[in-house]
Write a protein that binds this ligand. Structure first.
Ligand SMILES: [Ca+2]
Length: 106
């Protein structure tokens, strides 16, 4: 049984750790479903956001995003809708719901 499991795992192109990492930063190459993205928002975003903003002020600066949440950094100007140079967790959630999920179309 263990050997069968190992064969299945070794046949995957990516190590499981890489898949988990990709999912946690919302990389779309893995083609998560809309439900999976909603699930990630509920479970992973609060943890990642808390870990990413080092000073704990509830807002993520561009520099903090660059080092800890590269996908957020990549879309920083879209997410920072009031253009004050900071994004909140709510900003990220809104961006995903308003911009990402609609284009996923499922
Ligand atoms: Ca802002």
């Amino acid at each position: 049984m263990t050997n069968e499991k190992n064969m299945v795992l070794s046949s995957l192109k990516l190590p499981l750790a890489a898949i988990a990492l990709a999912a946690s930063v919302f990389v779309l190459a893995a083609q998560p479903s809309a439900d999976e993205v909603r699930q990630l928002l509920a479970t992973e975003l609060p943890k990642r956001f808390a870990a990413a903003h080092a000073d704990g002020n509830g807002r993520l600066s561009r520099a903090e995003a660059m080092s800890a949440m590269p996908r957020v950094y990549q879309h920083f100007d879209d997410i920072d809708t009031d253009h004050d140079g900071y994004v909140t967790q709510a900003d990220i959630e809104r961006a995903v719901y308003e911009k990402l999920l609609p284009v996923m179309g499922r």
